[in-house]
Design a protein around this ligand. Structure first.
Ligand SMILES: Nc1nc2c(c(=O)[nH]1)N[C@@H](CN(C=O)c1ccc(C(=O)N[C@@H](CCC(=O)O)C(=O)O)cc1)CN2
Length: 291
């Protein structure tokens, strides 16, 4: 039997509709328009597409968005200065620094100085710490979107074995934290696999939930998937001008119970969750928490 395809585009559209309604209600009650400022340094074409999509999504949801584009030769000191100015600007509720940054800029040094209340990516150590402690302020957009996709399958996650391929700060590590929390869509037993993991295939084969985020095209093949597993593909690889995930979609969908496509899977959900976080930031910063 072929797997349920978890349609990230459709799910994202329904979240975005709901968020647009919440933004309108918030605006009526507070007279505040949530405002996201994104910073894009350099001319990476993929990053340019992502920030443009974020801007469009904001516009449709009634969220103000400002994109600050900086040349690739921008210095770390200049970027720090800009982030500090945005931190101090009370008209800005969310600050997003599009990653990756050019090699000469230390990403950690930049992410560490974003005001944690405006950190709609949830990359600041204070927000990461709150997630680890199980009392999140914001959830990082990709893991947050994945959690919603898993919830949409109605699969009971409690006690299930989730295997995450990849230990990045953006996806792998926070995803593990969300899946081990107590509650609905969580309570899982989690294994994180990475480049030094031994018996990786065997571990993946024991998973009820597979989250592939290693940046290797079609790495997860059908023989690595337990029948009935949920397979979430976070990979976005360009192969011969085509977008390919970290999962061999066509064969794996014959084994899994549910699977996300690439494109049209996790990516669109990442953007929907950014809108959710921006509205949450506007509520927190303006003290309008009840509407
Ligand atoms: N500051 C951040 N930087 C980065 C993040 C992030 O969450 N915050 N995540 C990724 C990139 N990313 C969001 O910024 C992102 C990637 C992909 C998509 C998406 O919708 N992809 C489409 C395909 C689009 C294409 O043609 O390339 C899809 O999967 O359907 C959205 C957001 C790294 N940087």
């Amino acid at each position: 039997m072929s797997a349920e395809i978890i349609d990230g585009k459709a799910l994202s559209a329904s979240f975005r509709e709901q968020i647009a309604q919440e933004v309108a209600e918030f605006n009526t009650a507070s007279q505040v328009v949530p405002h996201l400022t994104a910073i894009l340094v350099g001319d990476d074409p993929a990053s340019a597409v992502y920030v443009r999509n974020k801007e469009r999504a904001c516009e449709k949801a009634g969220i103000q968005s400002t994109l600050i584009r900086l040349p690739v030769e921008t210095t770390q000191a200049e970027l720090i200065d800009l982030v500090q100015r945005l931190n101090a600007d009370s008209s800005v509720h969310g600050i997003l620094v599009q990653l990756p940054l050019p090699k000469h800029i230390n990403e950690t040094a930049i992410l560490d100085i974003v005001n944690p209340l405006k950190d709609v990516d949830a990359f600041h150590p204070e927000n990461v710490g709150l997630i680890v402690q199980g009392r999140p302020r914001y959830l990082p957009c990709t893991p947050y979107g994945i959690q919603q996709m898993i919830l949409s399958t109605k699969m009971e996650t409690g006690g299930k074995h989730a295997v995450i391929l990849g230990r990045s700060e953006i996806v792998g590590k926070p995803m593990a934290m969300l899946l081990i929390q107590r509650g609905v869509g969580a309570d899982a037993t989690v294994t994180i696999c990475h480049s030094r993991t031994q018996n990786l295939k065997e571990i993946v084969r024991s998973a009820d939930i597979i989250i592939a985020a290693i940046g290797q095209p079609e790495f997860v093949t059908a023989d690595m998937v337990k029948p009935g597993a949920i397979v979430i593909d976070v990979g976005i690889n360009r192969v011969d001008g085509k977008l390919v995930g970290d999962v061999a979609f066509e064969s794996v969908k014959e084994v899994a119970s549910a699977i996300t496509p690439v494109p049209g899977g996790v990516g669109p959900m990442t953007i929907a969750m950014l809108l959710k976080n921006t509205l949450a930031a506007a509520r927190i910063l303006t003290g309008n928490l009840s509407n």
